[in-house]
Design a protein around this ligand. Sequence first.
Ligand code: HMG
Ligand code: MG
Length: 298
Amino acid sequence: GLPARVRIHEVGARDGLQNEKATVPTEVKAEFIRRLADAGLTTIEATSFVHPKWVPQLADAEQLFPQVSDLSVDLPVLVPNERGLDRALALGARRVAVFASATESFAKANLNRTVDEALAMFEPVVARAKADGVHVRGYLSMCFGDPWEGPVPAAQVVRVCTALLDLGCDELSLGDTIGVATPGQVTALLTALSAEGVPTEALGVHFHDTYGQALANTLAALQYGVSTVDASAGGLGGCPYAKSATGNLATEDLVWMLHGLGIDTGVDLGRLVATSEWMADRLGRPSPSRTVRALSHK
Ligand code: HMG
Ligand code: MG
């Protein structure tokens, strides 16, 4: 059966804006996050404390976070290493995310490390965060296909998921970074993870929509019992270190499907669409979300 309620992990301000060519002013990012909270989203990934040269679009994390930290929503931030964790903790962040890769090629491209070197880098990050009572999400990229390596064997994904849980991550997010997965693969991977003892309750899904499969893949995951879904308002997004990655599943498309299925999200779809239209104006290009376009006021 389907879950009664789905927790949407909104990534537009991080995964979306990290991939925009234009630099979005800090004040616009802050207003975007405020509007997302106002639309009823309760988990809003705010920014990343990564090396500013690697992701210049999010180099204003120190300025942005204090502008939104008064909001009564969860504001997770990405931290690749202890330096990132120090920066996040100094500003009072209570939720952090490390980000691993199921493939060597992407670990190298995204973190300048092998898969195991990256896990070693995360070990003290997770340990220190947990000791401080900070919630830790572990992302896992390239769970289905990799632009350099092609299809990714489930065993590789299982190994890194298990390692992230062993480090102490509270939840995992399975990333289809380049949006190539189809629903049968989603069910097969969830089955493989569950067979190896990974609890489905600890899993979220993170689908990019490159091939238009994100919503179908999400439904497959929901049918398997997953109830945390990552999405980005208006379908913003991508990853600067993975060629052929486009935007995430649009939050509006997800909400339309979930509400149609009678699944509660707490999101006001009208307000969310208005927010994405507002952001599209700031970015100077229309949202790719079908639901945003269908409900557009223009
Ligand atoms: P590196 O070059 O190996 O860094 O990069 P290093 O550890 O050798 O350090 C070099 C210098 O960087 C040092 O300074 C550090 O202090 C500094 P120096 O001593 O030379 O003056 N440094 C930092 N400065 C500020 N903040 C930091 C930091 N760390 C080191 N946190 C590193 C390694 C991990 C830093 C780099 O590769 C990096 O920042 N990568 C981030 C890439 C990224 O953000 N990618 C996008 C997010 S992942 C994603 O989008 C996928 C996801 O959506 C899921 C999916 O779709 O699959 C999550
Ligand atoms: Mg992503």
